[in-house]
Design a protein around this ligand. Structure first.
Ligand code: ADP
Ligand code: MG
Length: 385
């Protein structure tokens, strides 16, 4: 039902962007999956406060996220985090509210969008609903050391790797275009599934990453990346590797492991070899994409961008090729609200604001179906944008 009365401010709907738009001091709100997060950013992108409350403990017994539990946790946690932000940095100077509209769990998204819309409405603040992926795309340009955000050099090539995405994007001319995608599982998903099969717990990526440090990455040989694509899309495929790794784990003994806290050396070798192969896959299209698009910077974001081997390999690649590689601080690789606040600031600067009485959430990525040379741009394709 629409709220009564006139709109609280003349901020809704497209406005012509001024030649040098001022970026607003923003409150960011993220609740798309199992992390509840609130952040405050200065207009120049300096992160003043970045609060994240993880629900991992609540979902761990189920080895995955339970949507209803997640929504309830967001409902309980958002007011608490907001009060904490108020205490730490104060919210009086907030000029913009930014919130994730999708994709994600619809119940969780509705909690966040209703919370943000009510806050914006009550304080007559402009509201920017952003795509979760826009957040991941801007996160490599943020710092947690009190420095302002960097502008993304144009063009930039960004690898987004998380529990739901595995794609290179080209950021050029204010648009983000997906250049490839995974044909099956996402990179984070295969870490989680191998860890679940071994009985290591959820989320699996950080645990596998840590154990892999103690293993021999050359001990197991998995098929190397074979990215053959007549259409030139350079797509990924991780499901074969996932099945091969789980088969190899079963051959080592009964699963789940009797003592997951201290796996035997062959299991450590297996996860190290698996991690190396995932990194091989993720880096495989890089030379070709760099030759095609000549990016001024290569960046990575999303939870898997916290992977130690992948980070080291990307940095080494950049040094070899003389191309700057930008990685977000580990705390900004997984879901957070600082990236949502930044994406909202950039949206607002382009005059793309939302009416708090009509903000909708969406569970699926509208741009995800297409990738490769004909891939659809992310930003201009958002519903209602
Ligand atoms: P989403 O946006 O899809 O919810 P996030 O950006 O929060 O995902 O990333 C979570 C994913 O990243 C999980 O699949 C997790 O296992 C994976 N991940 C987190 N840290 C690491 C790591 N160090 N190595 C590999 N994968 C990781
Ligand atoms: Mg994410």
């Amino acid at each position: 039902m629409p709220l009564p009365g006139p709109p609280p401010a003349a901020f809704f709907g497209p406005r012509a962007p001024s030649p040098e738009p001022r970026l607003f001091r923003a409150l960011g709100i993220e609740s798309s999956c199992d992390e509840t997060a609130i952040a405050v950013l200065e207009g120049d992108g300096t992160v003043r406060c970045n609060l994240v409350s993880s629900q991992v403990a609540a979902h761990a017994p189920y080895l995955g996220v339970v949507p209803e539990l997640a929504a309830r946790h967001h409902l309980e946690t958002l007011p608490r985090l907001l009060a904490e932000a108020e205490r730490v940095v104060g919210l009086d100077g907030i000029e913009l509210v930014a919130v994730t509209r999708g994709p994600g769990l619809i119940g969780s998204l509705l909690v966040g969008t209703c919370f943000a819309a009510a806050y914006a409405w009550a304080r007559s603040l402009p509201l920017a609903g952003v795509d979760h992926l826009e957040g991941h795309l801007v996160s490599p340009f943020l710092s947690l050391d009190g420095a302002p955000a960097r502008d993304a050099p144009d063009p930039a090539l960004t690898l987004v790797i998380s529990g739901g995405h595995s794609s290179y994007f080209l950021l050029a001319g204010g648009e983000a275009r997906p250049l490839n995608r995974t044909r099956d599982d996402a990179a984070g998903e295969v870490f989680d599934k191998l860890a679940a099969a071994l009985g290591l717990g959820y989320p699996g990526g950080p645990i596998v990453d840590r154990l892999a440090e103690r293993g021999d990455p050359a001990a197991f040989r998995f098929s190397p990346p074979q990215i053959k694509d007549p259409a030139g899309a350079l797509d990924f495929s991780f499901s074969g590797l996932k099945s091969a790794a789980i088969r190899a784990a079963r051959a080592l003994g009964p699963l789940p492991l009797p003592d997951p806290m201290s796996p035997p050396q062959p299991v450590l070798d297996l996860v190290a070899s698996f991690r190396r192969t995932v990194a091989d896959w993720l880096l495989a299209p890089l030379d070709e994409l760099t030759a095609r698009h000549r990016p001024r910077v290569v960046a990575a974001s999303g939870g898997v961008a916290g992977n130690r081997e992948l980070r080291a390999r990307l940095v080494a690649w950049g040094e070899r090729r003389g191309i700057e590689v930008l990685l977000p601080p580990i705390a900004l690789t997984t879901d957070n609200a600082a990236m949502i606040a930044r994406a909202g600031q950039l949206r607002a600067a382009r005059g793309r604001l939302d009416d708090p009485r009509a903000l909708t959430a969406y569970p699926r990525a509208p741009w995800k179906a297409a990738s490769g040379p004909g891939g659809k741009p992310v930003f201009p394709r958002l519903p209602g944008a």
